[in-house]
Design a protein around this ligand. Structure first.
Ligand SMILES: Cc1cc2nc3c(=O)[nH]c(=O)nc-3n(C[C@H](O)[C@H](O)[C@H](O)COP(=O)(O)OP(=O)(O)OC[C@H]3O[C@@H](n4cnc5c(N)ncnc54)[C@H](O)[C@@H]3O)c2cc1C
Length: 350
């Protein structure tokens, strides 16, 4: 059983910044996300797009924002459970909670911060009759550990950033990578399309377009696929088939936890601390709703700070919590690292 002060459900920008705010108040966090990597919508939906409304960044690429957040929270050393979905909630007599994931992992926490954004992203599956027979036996909808493809034959299908980026990355690891797309044009970022074209020209990967995978064959695991090109069927022997057709967000199992839900979002007390109708459970970022809510990254950051101060009071009853500027207090990480301003950098009124 994993034990922590705050269980953060959702590793998007809101969940990641929560670790920082909690860390300043000496609270430990565990992040649970159904995706294989942190970053939420920024990484899953628009990693290469520039964002223009993050304060003090006139422009920042979504992927870089997440990279910076991960760097910022490093001193507070959060633990992670990735690729698993929060399924079941139990409340213990001492007021703490136990969340069980779809893979059976149990996490106990005194505080839960739901930063679940638009919800769990479920993969859009291609319409192939026997696809479920081969799930985890050669069929994958997301990649957790690229080293698994070392020296293997991998077929990737899709035309967006995910399909292009993984084709480029796995071309360095796998024995052979074949990219299949139903159109001749790809939807991904121009530099990724150019890289895929270059790899194809160098003979490092195969690209088959316009084409579609129509059948899967194998005994105990996937052995080959049938690809339709110009109405003709071709068999390709492969170890893996990875359709990357995008993800559909759904609030998912959290919907059944007894929380007040409105329009697929969790109602919170926004005049105080973004707590839900269940004491000890907060909802912050895109997942919550209240009058005037703006579904923006900066809203999630603000809500994370307010939520952590409220959580501190719950975890430390009777202890006074005064707001300290980081310019004055510095940062003392759980790893022993310290960042403090030099005396000369502080103003006279510090
Ligand atoms: C194309 C696009 C462009 C955008 N541009 C901007 C912009 O310019 N500026 C701006 O401020 N905002 C922008 N946004 C919105 C912004 O991305 C969101 O406001 C932000 O991502 C919300 O962050 P979050 O951490 O609250 O949620 P998310 O980023 O959605 O992260 C939530 C995470 O929770 C996980 N999760 C959910 N339920 C569970 C569960 N049960 N178990 C485990 N994990 C779970 C999900 O897998 C996900 O990783 C844009 C959005 C899109 C789609």
């Amino acid at each position: 059983m994993i034990k922590t002060d705050i269980l953060i459900i959702g590793g998007g920008p809101t969940g990641l910044f929560t670790v920082f705010e909690a860390g300043l108040l000496k609270m430990k966090c565990h992040i649970l996300d159904s995706l294989a990597q942190p970053g939420g919508q920024c990484i899953e939906l628009y990693p290469k797009k520039p964002i223009y409304d993050i304060p003090a960044y006139p422009e920042i690429i979504a992927g870089d924002l997440i990279k910076n957040l991960l760097e910022q929270i490093k001193p507070f050393d959060p633990s992670y459970t990735l690729g698993e979905t929060a399924l079941k909630l139990d409340k213990h007599d001492d007021g703490s909670f136990k969340v069980t994931t779809d893979k059976g992992t149990e996490i106990q926490a005194k505080i839960i911060s739901i930063a679940g954004g638009l919800g769990t992203f479920t993969p859009r599956k291609p319409n192939i009759s026997n696809i479920t027979d081969f799930e985890d036996k050669g069929i994958m909808y997301m990649i957790k550990d690229p080293s698994e493809f070392n020296d293997k034959i991998v077929v990737i299908a899709g035309g967006g950033d995910s399909a292009l980026d993984w084709t480029i990355h796995l071309s360095k690891i796998a024995k052979k990578v074949i990219l299949i797309h139903r159109r001749n044009e790809f939807r991904g970022a121009n530099d990724s399309v150019a890289s895929v074209q270059k790899l194809k020209d160098l003979g490092k990967i195969d690209v088959i377009t316009p084409a579609q995978v129509s059948k899967l064959n194998g005994k105990n695991k996937l052995e080959s696929i049938i690809v339709e090109v110009d109405g003709k069927e071709n068999q390709i022997v492969t170890d893996y088939f990875i359709p990357l057709f995008g993800l559909i967000p759904k609030l998912g199992p959290i919907k059944d936890w007894g929380l007040n839900i409105e329009n697929n979002a969790i109602k919170v007390n926004n005049s105080l601390d973004y707590q839900t109708n269940i004491e000890g459970i907060y909802a912050i970022g895109d997942v919550n709703t209240y009058p005037g809510k703006l579904k923006l990254i900066l809203s999630g950051f603000h809500e994370a700070a307010v939520m952590c101060h409220s959580a501190y009071s719950k975890l430390n009853p009777g202890k006074k919590n005064t707001l300290k500027y980081t310019t004055v207090s510095g940062i003392q990480g759980f790893d022993g690292s310290k960042k403090v301003a030099k005396k000369s950098q502080l103003s006279k009124i510090d």
